[in-house]
Design a binder for this molecule. Structure first.
Ligand SMILES: Nc1ncnc2c1ncn2[C@@H]1O[C@H](COP(=O)(O)OP(=O)(O)OP(=O)(O)O)[C@@H](O)[C@H]1O
Ligand SMILES: [Mg+2]
Length: 396
């Protein structure tokens, strides 16, 4: 069995065993045998299709080959990865390409034909609609709304709320890849682990690529979490802050804001060389406090410091987290908290340890694992208020 549409097409076959397909599903195609090294800089002008046998290569070499395709300055031809062992990280990277598919061995000749025809048809449709941007790259928004979330003290729930806010915003978007959560705790961020996602932002690579970073290249650093939510977070690395120059961080945020509709930042509360510039570019700054006297005092000081040092009139908003419905002991009430803060809080989020713990243990937002939790309703109300403000300021 062969595919008509492959007759005369140039197929780059990466893996010696693929030669056997020339007598079957690839009959009529012009096969070129090559190694993974050939993938560096390969473009659609070099071949009509790339077929890679995952079983022929060690995982790291295969990962590097796919990575080379994802960061290629011009789009590679469609890629079909086949094999009995398809490493998840490799497949995830592969799917960042405009046109790619996987076929798990053992497969029939018909399955090969169907996969190839699907890829070539998608590529042809894309060529006809040449104006459309790559599917793996988010469709450019004018400029994203960007909200920063910053904890007043350690453990106040900033990461938890940043995730819930990002997830809430996803629920309001029809478009895929519309929200990006960026964990700027580069050394030991917890957004990835809380979401059950593997961070792929290699800070050294980002620093090296900063000058030429664009929307397509940014995708090589992004971990897709759901259809709508992408995560930019770095794997644990005690040196990561030192490895990321200020320019690289600012460029990454600039491109992210051009690529998504919403960007949510999980900001470290200790000031970095880029912190003020990042906060100054945000539409909202949310300082998360818990209801203890030290946390409230820290929230007040942090907000005042940010407002003073920005000097632009932008003011952080304070969100009180882990409000208990029944207070035992000397915890401040919301009214007392607002007195200590010397301002109104923007919102409050109920305490629900079971829901918070279950979601991080299962990996994913609380709204996914415990949709009835009060946390979900409170975050929804918070986002409603902030989004209404966003719409009002955009219209103004
Ligand atoms: N509303 C809530 N109810 C119950 N538990 C919560 C709530 N919000 C957060 N938590 C829990 O509090 C702990 C700290 O939360 P989280 O890691 O989000 O805080 P953080 O401010 O990001 O901490 P860090 O300073 O380490 O960055 C986690 O165990 C989390 O599950
Ligand atoms: Mg955190």
């Amino acid at each position: 069995m062969s595919t008509q549409s492959l007759s005369g097409r140039r197929v780059l076959a990466i893996g010696p065993a693929l030669a056997g397909l020339a007598a079957g599903p690839l009959a009529g195609a012009q096969m070129e045998q090559a190694t993974l090294a050939k993938l560096v800089g390969v473009t659609a002008a070099d071949a009509d299709l790339i077929m890679i046998d995952a079983d022929a290569w060690a995982d790291p070499a295969l990962a590097a080959g796919i990575q080379a395709l994802t960061i290629s300055p011009s789009p590679p031809p469609p890629v079909l990865l086949v094999g009995s062992h398809l490493p998840t990280a490799v497949v995830r990277n592969l799917f960042r390409l405009d046109h790619s598919d996987v076929l798990e061995a053992p497969f029939t000749p018909e399955a090969v034909v169907a996969a190839i025809e699907g890829l070539l048809a998608a590529k042809a449709a894309k060529t006809v609609a040449a104006a459309a941007p790559a599917t793996a790259v988010p469709q450019a928004a004018a400029v994203a709304r960007c909200w920063a979330v910053i904890g007043a003290v350690g453990g106040s729930g900033a990461t938890t709320l940043a995730i819930e806010i990002a997830n809430q915003l996803c629920g309001r978007q029809a478009k895929e890849k519309s929200v990006c959560l960026i964990d700027l705790h580069l050394a030991d961020g917890s957004a990835g682990p809380y979401l059950g996602a593997s961070p792929t932002l290699r800070v050294a690579d980002l620093a090296a690529a900063a000058d030429k970073l664009d929307a397509a290249m940014l995708q090589a650093f992004v971990t897709p979490v759901t259809k709508q939510l992408d995560l930019l977070a770095a794997p644990r690395d005690p040196q990561a802050f030192e490895a990321a120059p200020r320019e690289a961080i600012l460029r990454m945020l600039e491109i992210a804001c051009e690529s998504y509709d919403w960007v949510i930042l999980d900001m470290p509360r200790h000031r970095r060389s880029w912190s003020l510039e990042v906060l100054g570019g945000c539409d909202e700054m949310l300082v998360i406090s818990e209801l203890t006297v030290p946390a409230l005092l820290a929230a007040r000081s942090l907000s005042d410091e940010i407002e003073r040092d920005l000097g632009s009139g932008q003011k952080p908003k304070i969100v009180l987290n882990r409000l208990a419905s029944r207070m035992f002991g000397p915890a401040p009430s919301m009214a007392e908290a607002e007195r200590a803060l010397q301002r109104k809080a923007e919102g409050g989020v109920s305490s629900d340890w079971e829901a918070a713990a279950a979601s991080v243990n299962l990996g994913g937002p609380i709204a996914t694992h415990r949709p009835k939790s009060k946390i979900v309703k409170d975050v929804q109300q918070l986002v409603d208020r902030l989004a209404a403000h966003a719409v009002a300021t955009k219209a103004a």
